[in-house]
Design a protein around this ligand. Structure first.
Ligand code: HEM
Ligand SMILES: [Zn+2]
Ligand SMILES: [Zn+2]
Length: 380
């Protein structure tokens, strides 16, 4: 069967018997370069997920080669339905329960007798093979953008069941490429503007011509030394905007019968929930972002005396860069336990896997508190 996987077409046999591994062979895969675990007699190669695990690499590595059924139930953490479904993507075979013989020999002999076998090593493309192409609600062989709108009321459930495979949005190569952005493009594009505007604001404020309430008796001079404070206020303002955009725009619930709103939702944020580790779509493309950035620039410079508005804006813009970099790191980084970033990562992954109607703060959980959307602590 031919199916579409990222940019590749791969031939796969639809009927394959599971591979069989001896206990010794499973136990050998106990490093961060190759880490296997068991759920009962099922064998999983979770190497690719180690860095992404919100509980940290060490927790899984420590149990490598062993049955993690108890750990999946918790404590320390009762894993979500999605976490269990996610794990199934790494299934590579079955444990040979009745063999103590030399494992390699056994596996080879067994394999010879099997009618259908898969390749010697778990395929590096196995990440792509785990969506059931025949039963999934969309056809992964084709671009997804124009399909998801037809899912109707099934869309919401489907989009919140994450998969570890890249998404092809559009058939057109140029359009497809324009939806992808490398993480470093964000600081590369916006940081020069942050530096330039900061310098501009500071030197303009130094002229001592910027005043608040200038046309009233209560006119106040905005001193150049107040620039850092205004900049920080801009950053805090961004965290509020970030919360509102994530909660009210990205997590709007498109009406089940509205093809276009579902499609827009998928393009804006749904695709990130469907494929949370598609690294090419973790940050906002600067072209699209410039429309939002431009609107905030106009709004702030109209609402406040110009230099004051630009000072707030530049703080907000820096807050946006920090947010996008933090978001990328929360998906791909492996922060140390008991650090702020560790708790942010656990919080954000829970938003993806378990609590899609809560935990909207990404660079800070601050605004989840007054809006009552904090992800509840787990109790056993
Ligand atoms: C080796 C045993 C494991 C232990 C001890 C463990 C522990 C944990 C802990 C403590 C958390 C919560 C982080 C926090 O709130 O501080 C967590 C979350 C999570 N873990 Fe594991 N984990 C294990 C194996 C796995 C495996 C094999 C997978 C999947 C391949 C996985 C997927 C997840 C996911 C997706 C979450 C986010 C919350 C959720 O959806 O439940 N874990 N884990
Ligand atoms: Zn979200
Ligand atoms: Zn995310």
């Amino acid at each position: 069967m031919l199916f579409f996987c990222g940019h590749f077409n791969i031939a796969m046999s639809p009927l394959v018997s599971p591979r069989v591994f001896s206990e010794m062979e499973v136990a050998r895969h106990c490093t961060k370069y190759s880490c296997w675990v068991l759920l009962g007699t099922k064998v999983y190669d979770v190497t690719g997920f180690l860095r992404m695990h919100p509980g940290g690499e060490a927790l899984i590595l420590h149990r490598s080669g062993n049955d993690v059924s108890l750990e999946m139930e918790g404590p320390p953490h009762r894993h979500s339905e999605n976490a269990r479904r996610w794990m199934e993507q790494y299934y590579i075979g079955e444990l040979d329960t009745d063999s103590n013989a030399d494992e390699t020999q056994t596996v080879r002999e067994r394999r010879k007798t099997q009618e259908h076998t898969v390749d010697e090593e778990p395929s590096p493309l196995s990440k792509c093979s785990q969506v059931d192409l025949d039963t999934d609600l969309v056809d992964w062989r084709k671009p997804l953008a124009w399909q998801v709108g037809h899912l109707g009321e099934k869309y919401d459930t489907w989009v919140h069941q994450p998969v570890d495979r890249p998404i092809r949005l559009f058939g057109n190569e140029f359009l497809e490429a324009s939806t992808k952005t490398s993480w470093y493009m964000v600081p590369a594009v916006w940081m020069p503007l942050v530096f330039y505007l900061s310098w501009y604001c500071y030197t303009t404020l130094a002229l001592e011509t910027t005043r608040l309430f200038a046309s009233t008796d209560y006119s106040v001079l905005v001193h150049k030394y107040s620039f850092p404070l205004i900049f920080i206020m801009g950053m805090v303002m961004w965290t509020f905007i970030e919360y509102c955009i994530h909660r009210f725009v990205f997590h709007m619930r498109p009406p089940a019968h509205n093809y276009y709103l579902i499609t827009i939702h998928f393009l804006l944020h749904g695709q990130h929930h469907k494929s949370p580790y598609d690294g090419s779509r973790l940050v906002f493309p600067p072209g699209l972002a410039s429309v939002v950035v431009g609107s905030f620039y106009l709004l702030l410079t109209k609402a406040f005396p110009e230099t004051l508005g630009v000072s707030l804006f530049v703080g907000g813009l820096f807050g946006y860069v920090v947010y996008d970099m933090t978001h990328y790191y929360l998906h791909y980084g492996s922060p140390q336990r008991n650090t702020y970033l560790y708790s942010l990562k656990a919080y954000h992954v829970k938003h993806h896997f378990e609590h899609q109607r809560a935990g909207f703060g990404i660079s800070t959980t601050l605004w989840d508190h007054p809006f009552n959307t904090v992800i509840p602590e787990q109790t056993f």
